[in-house]
Design a protein around this ligand. Structure first.
Ligand SMILES: Nc1nc2c(ncn2[C@@H]2O[C@H](COP(=O)(O)OP(=O)(O)O)[C@@H](O)[C@H]2O)c(=O)[nH]1
Ligand SMILES: [Mg+2]
Length: 342
């Protein structure tokens, strides 16, 4: 089986395809939410699918092991000659560490560190070869057992929505009926809005997209928050190997679109990977950078501000300053090289 066929990366619209073909893609997803909701399980099956058919099934011990630190898994995929490096970042859920504020902080620090690293690389001399480890997408797991968002969910998302593209998912959708899923989706969207939490917004469809793409796109938009079912177990179902969950009353196939948005989530990720990346670098990272520079320059920004300069102009000035500093740094390095020559 061709590696990557599972991922549907090849369904990316042609133009995106071409744009990314040259450089290859770095894409990072993070899973966040209360502990026990199936985050680690999803991480294990989101992109792997049947890629590792012969992979050893981890022991039960391993499966129920709690995630106490941030863990990164990396996966290199080549599809139609395009390189895709996916990084999935698994986080300890609330409840896994001693206090909630602690686990908020761990996640927030991680996001900030990636921004910070990117900032350093971007201001450095080796700008052409930056590895983009910024988190492009945060799958936020919501419990199917509560009646919508918990106070913790609200606090957490409020704190992070300016730093990360939040994509809400309803965990363990197999525990809800179809009607309950539909109601919970509506309720979550309403509560997000009431609390002023912004989640990732899929950009409008290009006017030149074909009809099929439009239908798919609409279907995906309407499925958010994705109600997902995860599993790391393969089961034999009428001679077919599927990834599923086995209950006394039957087998649930996590890829069955009648009751699981697993496939829709995957399609969403492949169709909107570039949009998630663009939003990260154009909006979220810019935001971070502006704040960071303002902090660095605390007093001066305040002065300039009172002189009536717009934020845009300030940013522009900062960028010019960085450019000047980079040039100076390069000159100094060149001088050093010359003086150190025998
Ligand atoms: N019913 C159901 N159980 C799930 C699902 N996904 C994971 N689980 C189970 O929930 C438990 C916790 O899963 P885990 O992935 O460790 O959760 P995490 O703490 O969020 O990382 C495990 O026993 C999983 O087998 C799901 O979609 N439905
Ligand atoms: Mg976990």
């Amino acid at each position: 089986m061709p590696i990557g066929g599972e991922i549907g990366f090849a369904t990316l619209p042609e133009h995106v395809h071409r744009k990314s073909a040259k450089k290859g893609f770095d894409f990072s997803i993070m899973v966040v939410g209360e502990s026990g909701l199936g985050k680690s399980t999803l991480v294990n099956c989101l992109f792997l699918g049947d890629l590792y058919k012969d992979r050893k099934i981890p022991s039960v011990d391993k499966l129920i092991e709690r995630t106490v630190n941030i863990e990164k898994k990396q996966l290199d995929i080549i599809e139609k000659g395009i390189k895709l490096r996916v990084t999935i970042v698994d986080t300890p859920g609330f409840g896994d560490s001693i206090n909630t504020t602690g686990s908020f902080q761990v996640v927030e620090n991680y996001i900030d560190e990636q921004f910070n690293q990117y900032f350093k690389d971007e201001s450095g001399l080796n700008r052409k070869n930056i590895v983009d480890n910024r988190i492009h997408c945060c799958l936020y797991f919501i419990s199917p057992f509560g009646r919508g968002l918990s106070q913790l969910d609200i606090q957490f998302m409020k704190r992070l929505n300016s730093k990360i593209n939040i994509v809400p998912v309803i965990a363990k959708a197999d525990s809800l009926t179809a009607i309950e899923v539909a109601q919970l989706k509506k309720k979550i969207l309403r509560e997000l809005e009431e609390n002023g939490i912004s989640i990732f917004k899929i950009p409008e469809c290009d006017s030149d997209e074909d009809e099929l793409y439009r239908i798919k796109d609409k279907e995906i938009r309407e499925s958010i928050p994705f109600a997902i079912i995860g599993s790391t177990t393969s089961i034999d179902l009428n001679g077919r190997r599927i990834r599923g969950r086995e209950y006394p009353w039957g087998i649930v196939d996590i890829q069955d679109e009648r009751y699981s948005d697993f496939i829709k989530l995957r399609t969403f990720l492949s169709l909107h990977m570039q949009d998630l990346k663009d939003s990260t670098s154009d909006v979220l990272y810019e935001n971070y950078r502006t704040n960071y520079l303002a902090q660095l320059n605390g007093g001066r920004i305040a002065e300039l501000d009172s002189s009536g300069l717009s934020a845009d102009r300030l940013l522009q000035m900062k960028q010019e300053e960085i450019r000047r500093m980079q040039e100076q740094l390069m000159m100094m390095q060149e001088q050093l090289r010359q003086t150190s020559r025998p």
